[in-house]
Ligand binder design. Sequence first.
Ligand code: NAD
Ligand code: DAU
Length: 334
Amino acid sequence: MKLLITGGAGFIGSNFIRYLLEKYPTDQVINLDALTYAGNLANLKDIEKNPNYRFVKGDITNKKLVSELIAELDVVVHLAAESHVDRSIMDPEAFLKTNILGTHTLLEAARENGLKRFHHVSTDEVFGSLGPNDPAFNETTPYDPRSPYSASKAASDHLVRAYFHTYGLPVTISNCSNNYGPYMFPEKLMPLFITNLLEGKKVPLYGDGLNVRDWLWVEDHCAAIDLIVRQGKIGETYCIGGNSEKTNKEITYKILELMDKGEEAIEFVKDRPGHDRRYAIDFSKIKNELGWEPRVTFAEGMQRMAEWYRNNEAWWRDIKSGEYQKYYEQQYGK
Ligand code: NAD
Ligand code: DAU
């Protein structure tokens, strides 16, 4: 198989490329990534010389580039996005450009070139916010996005479905809950808190700390995407979750315990505007139809998470200092 992975220098994309190259040593993978602040080629250092891997620096809104790349391929797995909710609240425009217009550019190129499979990686945030006793989201839950980020992802999901119904483009979509694992950018809750504690700083917990997220180890997400790409039914959506709902306070106390710190390191700060209260996912469709379920338990994942950040201090220090943005020039020249 010849695949184009968009956003492969980000957190999930880099884990997914590593997963593919290990599992399918004859597959060829092209990574198209604009290297925004969230893209980091150091995430792929161990595989950059693999002959079946090629990196292309470019933007998914560049029609000519995207069309040339897609003409060479069988499959697109689309992960490139602006992904951080707080940034979308401060400055939504980049979210609209990349998440909506960028997805549209890819869909057009896929249609023109008769692509065999387009998989769109999306989020549970498109479904809105749950109350404490509401049933978990599933594939039939109506869309109700509440942040500029989730609104832009919802728009991209609708476009992908429109290209299936209108033009017969062979698409699949997945909506996943919160991932965690190696190479997670230290602006998100878990890696921010772990690295802050390693630096001797406090951890900023929003509001009352009782918002709930469902956590999934990133390699389990990669396995689910891979299954959908190879065996998922065209035109279908699959919800992916970790069966691991936790309040942010529970996450914080677990991290404090793993890092050997006390609760005086917590700093309660102003809440995120429009902060979704709870996300939860019912993943019975992908379990029953494709035989997928999460493998890594929350306890095991948190141990691995703390260990990875302890053992990869240079990686996250380079990000926090801004040094990582020089990696492209060092490897590829100006
Ligand atoms: P990330 O922010 O870590 O990575 C995004 C990548 O996309 C970066 O490498 C960035 O350089 C690249 N990118 C951004 N704009 C681009 C553009 N215009 N052209 C080309 N590349 C561009 O994101 P992530 O957390 O790895 O998420 C990947 C995908 O999965 C996103 O679509 C996100 O919505 C979705 N998702 C994420 C989670 C999660 O918990 N992180 C959960 C569910 C779904
Ligand atoms: O649910 C899937 C989504 O999960 C993905 O689509 C997004 O791309 C990804 O960023 C993530 O969104 P969240 O907003 O849930 O993740 P974040 O790590 O930003 O926040 C997790 C929770 O922790 C949320 O309730 C806000 C809270 N939080 C976050 C930060 C950064 C804090 O209390 N303090 C913080 O400093």
